[in-house]
Design a protein around this ligand. Structure first.
Ligand SMILES: Nc1ncnc2c1ncn2[C@@H]1O[C@H](COP(=O)(O)OP(=O)(O)O)[C@@H](O)[C@H]1O
Ligand SMILES: [Mg+2]
Length: 527
């Protein structure tokens, strides 16, 4: 802020000055799209407000800004801070339209975008700056893309429009933000050429994007033992680590905090022919469908002696009896690489999906009718709905594919002593008395491994999953776990015996539900 400095030299007060490091980089950055931050207390919000003050100063009436957050209530703090800064610059704030007007004609509006479709309201607007604060609260890129499309100026000689977003790890947007900004260059400062397609006009242009990391240690106002001490009080170790280091690899606020890649992911190996296999599926068309194939570990000696099962560091591991292993998956995504958005569906018909499943089962052991020996298949209950025509489940069961499905138990949450699907997944991730997991993922199952640990808590219903997460594989994993309930319990003897025998014979969830309805599960304590 050169001007501000000059004024200060004339004995006027400096209202705001970027700190050396990331804030200065933000203000001088020539790049179109910037993600600023990645950790808490790094001076992100102040950086954004300061960047605007600088831009307003330089561009005057050509500076037209929009600063958005997800929720109205979240704007308050930012507006309060802006009052401290901009008030001193002689700008006036109109509460009604949340608009700052600067003496030189620059205007900055604050707004919130509660629903993705709210972004449509900005079609046709022109801004020289768009700021998105705490972008991790946006579950997907779509509304952001629409906002970017409003960046243009009537005075290109003088004004270079910029998009600047801030984010911490975590939140429903964690995954797409990590993929877009962090993964390509985790330590930042690398300028990446990016293709932009205007969502309104279809026009394609090339611009640049960059990630500028900022941490609490870059901010002298927060780099204090008091501030850091307070952060420690506010979160668990993982959370604090992510906040302090801006570590996007920790699955912050993860629903399944028990997930541990080194424990749950194993090298792909061939499942012995005699192991029981089953399949689980979640339907999707515009969004991906997800199909998982599972095998049940029959016997400990068996696994130890005959099965070359290894963890990711090539250590031979021991798979406990009754554990389920996801040995194959089919994720119905249009993406062909892992860097594209994978949350876009293939739009196949039920019949095509059934044929695809058959195709993927061509090497499965056969039963006496010559069909693949999959003991049962559980599927999304919505697949059994018939709105006029035959249901998806019915279509899949027909000639020539004969994929016959069973309605999965879709209970999310445990109620009145019965364990819901989410707790079933958690119980298996936690594992047995010796903390050996009761669920494993072969390393070919990339979309389950990517999306299960990324699930976030729903902020309003902490025991449930944020429904904006990419949850197709997790849904189907939940169905799989519900079809073979696992209890590490000192509970009811009858139930325990019955479940034990379920590893060899096939005790189905429906059978167990009968026992449950006789109230035998009521005394069961999980863990
Ligand atoms: N350049 C600056 N000048 C004065 N105070 C600053 C500056 N940068 C950050 N701060 C102060 O540091 C604290 C944390 O910064 P903030 O921008 O809120 O961090 P973040 O948004 O990354 O969590 C705030 O009190 C903020 O006012
Ligand atoms: Mg902030």
């Amino acid at each position: 802020m050169k001007q501000a400095k000059e004024i200060s030299d004339e004995k006027l007060e400096v209202v705001w000055e970027p700190q050396p490091g990331p804030q200065t980089a933000l203000l001088t950055c020539p790049v179109f799209e910037t993600l600023f931050g990645g950790a808490r207390g790094g001076g992100k919000s102040d950086g954004v407000l300061g960047e605007w003050a600088s831009h307003a100063d330089i561009c005057g009436k050509d500076a037209i800004g929009l600063c958005v957050r997800r929720e109205r209530i979240q704007l308050t703090e930012l507006i309060e801070r802006s009052k401290v800064l901009y008030g001193q610059l002689g700008a006036r704030f109109q509460e009604i339209d949340k608009m700052w007007r600067f003496p030189n004609g620059a205007r900055l509006r604050f707004a919130y975008l509660e629903n993705d479709s709210d972004a449509l309201a900005y079609q046709g607007h022109s801004y020289s700056r768009v700021y998105v604060e705490e972008m991790g609260t946006f579950p997907n890129f779509d509304p952001i893309k629409k906002l970017m499309a409003t960046l243009r100026t009537g005075n290109p000689e003088k004004v270079t429009p910029r998009f600047i977003a801030t984010a911490n790890p975590g939140g429903p947007g964690h995954l797409w933000i990590k993929q877009r900004y962090i993964d390509p260059a985790p330590s930042g400062y690398k300028i990446l050429p990016t293709e932009y397609k205007n969502p309104f006009t279809g026009e394609i242009i090339w611009k640049e994007r960059v990630f500028i990391p900022s941490r609490v240690t870059d901010n002298k106002y927060t780099n204090t033992s008091e501030y850091i001490g307070n952060l420690y009080m506010a979160g668990n170790d993982e959370l604090v680590r992510a906040w302090l280091l801006g570590d996007w690899n920790v699955t912050l606020g993860a629903y399944f905090s028990e997930w541990d890649t080194t424990k749950h992911v194993i090298k792909t190996f061939k499942i012995p022919n005699h192991w029981i296999r089953f399949m689980s599926m979640d339907w999707g068309s515009a969004k991906p469908f997800s199909v998982g194939w599972w095998a049940v570990v029959p016997d400990e000696t068996d696994t130890f002696l005959d099965i070359p099962s290894y963890d990711l560091s090539n250590k031979r591991i021991f798979l406990p009896k009754g554990a389920i292993i996801r040995y194959r998956e089919w994720y119905g995504t249009r993406a062909t690489t892992t860097t594209e958005n994978r949350n876009v569906g293939l739009k196949l018909t039920a019949k095509e999906v059934a044929a695809g499943i058959r195709e993927r089962e061509r090497n499965e052991p056969r039963n006496e009718y010559g069909r693949s020996r999959i003991a049962y298949r559980v599927a999304d209950p919505s697949m059994f709905r018939n709105d006029g025509g035959p249901s998806h489940a019915e279509e899949m069961g027909k000639f020539p594919n004969y994929i016959s499905l069973r309605r999965a138990d879709n209970t999310h949450i445990s109620k009145r002593g019965a364990m819901g699907g989410l707790d079933q997944v958690r119980a298996r991730l936690k594992g047995d008395e010796d903390s050996r997991p009761m669920i494993y993922f072969m390393d070919n199952c990339i979309d389950a491994i990517r999306t299960l640990p990324a699930l976030q808590h729903d902020e309003n219903h902490i025991e449930d999953i944020d429904e904006n997460c990419e949850d197709h594989a997790p849904d189907e994993i939940r169905y799989a776990c519900m079809s073979r309930p696992y209890f590490r319990s000192q509970g009811d003897d009858i139930v325990r015996r019955l479940l034990k025998s379920s590893d060899n014979s096939l005790v189905l969830h429906d059978d167990l539900m009968e026992i449950k309805s006789e109230n035998k599960f009521n005394q069961l304590r999980i863990n």
